[in-house]
Design a protein around this ligand. Structure first.
Ligand SMILES: [Zn+2]
Length: 311
């Protein structure tokens, strides 16, 4: 028995077929480009699912955006042509199999809960730090969906009402500061102020071309200015995590997404700042902040698992 999981990203759709009893042993994996704006996405998903398995028990899909409880994408900045389309119902109808559609970070969190760094925790927070910020909340041993399916979007908690504009249409969202793009912005601010020469060199000499990976590379090589930028960045991550832990009281915080590659550089400072920022830090158990374990396939694996046993 096996299920197909598809993780729709900004540029590619990653698909896997897995046995739900052994989800980290991926049976088949493939990827195709994400159609621009989501035009024709249903056909792309059906074709990829069919190529991964002709006899899957069910199909799960993770999409970036707000997905309602019926599996309709209500809002997705990269998939505007698919908004308000009943994607789960259409997938089920066209494939002849049960289909589940959920937010991509929820899928990621579900996989980490079943088979990764949040395993064994009935209360857990999984935050993905990539180009933006996604999150999934496990409570009572299950994914929290909220009244409408839209729970778990802390990337759009406003942490500075006068901050930089966000693709969601507002200003100063947490993901403008604590995602990979937030790190890039912090780094360019430092570089244009004449600091961060090592990272500017890695970016070909142009301060405006500095991105997060240049800063992490030069920090790893021992550059003190790059390490200072990473410490400031860790403070923004810690600020949001402290707000979330104050709200949810999880037993573990799992950090996934592209920035997990820099976990060794970031997490010690995140932990230090978090301990200062969380309410009553000296009077509550330490909440472990740990890297995710399932890597880039977590979202697809989680989508397959959600399809196997729908929430
Ligand atoms: Zn926002």
């Amino acid at each position: 028995m096996h299920c197909v999981g598809l993780d729709v990203g900004g540029t590619k759709v990653l698909g896997v077929a897995v046995d739900p009893a052994d989800p980290t042993s991926v049976l088949v994996e493939d990827r195709v480009p994400t159609p621009g704006g989501g035009e024709g996405l249903l056909e792309v998903l059906l074709a990829l699912a069919g190529s991964l398995s002709s006899d899957a028990q069910a199909i799960g899909v993770g999409v970036p955006g707000l997905v309602d409880r019926a599996g309709t994408l209500a809002m997705g900045p990269h998939l505007r042509r698919m908004q308000d389309v009943p994607l789960a119902a259409l997938l089920a109808q066209r494939s002849g199999r049960p289909a589940v559609v959920d937010n991509d970070a929820n899928c990621h969190a579900h996989a980490e809960h079943v088979a990764g760094a949040a395993r064994g925790h009935d209360e857990a927070l999984v935050v993905t730090l990539g180009t933006g910020i996604g999150a999934g909340i496990i409570t009572g041993g299950r994914l929290l969906h909220g009244a409408h399916g839209f729970a778990g979007e802390p990337g759009h908690m406003v942490v500075d009402p006068n901050g930089p504009p966000c693709p969601c249409g507002r200003r100063g969202c947490w993901e403008r500061f604590a995602s990979g793009s937030g790190l890039g912005r912090l780094a360019r601010d430092a570089a244009s102020g004449g600091r961060l020469d090592a990272a500017v060199d890695l970016a070909g000499g142009d301060p405006e071309a500095v991105r997060g990976e240049h800063v992490t590379a030069s920090a790893r090589a021992g550059d003190a200015e790059s390490q200072a930028v990473l410490h400031a960045f860790a403070g923004w991550i810690a600020l949001g995590l402290a707000n979330l832990v104050n709200t949810l009281d999880p037993g573990v915080v799992v950090i996934g997404g592209g920035l997990v590659d820099a976990a060794d550089l970031l997490l010690p400072e995140v932990e230090r700042r978090f301990a200062e920022l969380v309410m009553a830090g000296a009077h509550r158990p330490v909440v472990p902040i740990v890297p995710a374990q399932l890597g880039h396939r977590a979202g697809a694996i989680g989508a397959a698992l959600l399809a196997a046993t729908p929430p």
